[in-house]
Design a protein around this ligand. Structure first.
Ligand code: SF4
Ligand code: SF4
Length: 374
């Protein structure tokens, strides 16, 4: 249900801009100078045994996943940071777009206003919309100020917060607990998003400490950031994982909300520094699933990245995150792909891998093929 389903409620636009770094299809390209440090804040106290010389930073993450095996070698702890300057239509993490904490609603878990009603007392904005039957319907996002009081009041998870702040020391404590898995599998920590480089000070401080403790670091980034920010990560990052969504800039602007020129420039920069690099492409019919587009990406990897790409991963579109769109009161933007099954994408992916391998590129299907760092 959406706010517009309720009588008298204002209509919320789908995926409305919530933050100052938003850019949408057809709007002016985002100034990458504004793409940084939106989601972190300085900490008033530092947890754990983080050195006192370290800046007291907090990073905002919407998920922390242990035993992650898809984003970097071995078993990893993965932090998904909040905030992203891109607006890819197929995004499976809509809760990672806004750089602020925000409430999500799961009406099926609501006990009802009569039996409970704690959230109604907590919300001073009167932003919670209830059904005629007396259960939670939706959040009026035009009125909600994201104070999260309702999520703290709700005991069932019908209202829950997307986004939690972590100090560098707190993040390290989480990472260190899995050290035994890192040692056995060559794993470590991955910071992803959203866009990890929207919170560069936090991520860099975390990576520096991980490197000091011998923990492998992997940065998954869309690279739509100022080049100086990327430069700051060369000495503390063991592996960069970056997307090339398509080579045609107009298509990239139309489907991802921003130009691809800065992204490609940053990729060249990483390759020139001989950093370890994995490239990915989400493959989608009607977007980039054509010989012309995949070959163009292949030529860029071969000619502009000078053989630095350890692995090129083709990721078939999968219908993920539908319930998260609903929890944010947003429509799922990929309705045309509902029911798009393996037998439909697998032949295409196989064909593209053959094409890329004939160009001398180490192309693989998916992100679960073994990856060993040289
Ligand atoms: S986050 Fe705050 S303003 Fe928004 S619905 Fe919850 S209590 Fe109300
Ligand atoms: S606090 Fe949670 S369970 Fe209680 S009425 Fe509100 S949404 Fe429902």
């Amino acid at each position: 249900m959406k706010p517009s389903d309720f009588a008298g409620a204002p209509v919320s636009p789908v995926r409305a801009p919530l933050d100052p770094v938003c850019v949408r299809s057809g709007s002016a390209p985002l100034d990458p100078a504004s793409v940084s440090v939106q989601g972190y804040s300085r900490e008033t106290s530092q947890a754990s045994d983080t050195p006192s010389s370290m800046p007291m930073l907090r990073g905002l993450a919407f998920n922390v996943q242990n035993y992650s095996v898809h984003d970097g070698p071995g078993i990893r702890v993965e932090f998904f940071m909040k905030g992203c300057p891109l607006r890819c239509e197929w995004c499976s993490n809509p809760e990672g777009i806004s750089p602020y904490p925000e409430p999500g609603s799961y009406p099926d878990k609501c006990m009802g206003a009569t039996e409970c009603g704690r959230c109604l007392a907590a919300c001073k904005q009167k932003a919670l919309l209830f059904t005629p039957e007396g259960t939670l319907g939706a959040i009026d996002r035009d009125v909600c100020i994201r104070c999260l009081a309702c999520t703290r009041a709700c005991l069932t998870g019908a209202l829950s917060a997307w986004g939690q702040y972590y100090g560098v020391g707190e993040a390290l404590d989480i990472i260190r607990k899995d050290r035994v898995f890192f040692e056995r599998t060559g794993g470590g920590v991955t910071v992803s998003g959203g866009e990890a480089l929207m919170q560069p000070e936090f991520v860099r401080a975390l990576f520096e400490q991980c490197k000091a403790e011998g923990i492998n670091t992997c940065l998954e980034t869309a690279l739509y950031v100022r080049p100086e920010i990327v430069d700051d990560f060369f000495d503390c990052t063991d592996l960069f994982i970056c997307d090339i969504k398509c080579m045609d800039d107009a298509t990239h602007r139309a489907r991802c909300g921003v130009s691809n020129q800065l992204i490609l420039e940053n990729l060249r920069r990483i390759a020139a520094r001989a950093a370890r690099l994995v490239v990915r492409t989400p493959v989608l019919k009607g977007f980039n699933a054509s010989d012309a587009e995949i070959s163009a990406i292949g030529r860029f990897i071969r000619d502009d990245l000078h053989g630095r790409v350890l692995q090129y991963q083709l990721l078939p579109y999968r219908q993920l995150g539908v319930e998260k769109y609903a929890s944010l009161g947003q429509e799922y933007p990929m309705q045309d792909f509902v029911g798009y099954e393996r037998e439909q994408w697998e032949p295409d992916i196989r064909h593209f891998i053959d094409l890329l391998q004939s160009m001398g590129i180490n192309a693989v299907s998916g992100n679960n093929q073994k990856l060993e760092l040289p």
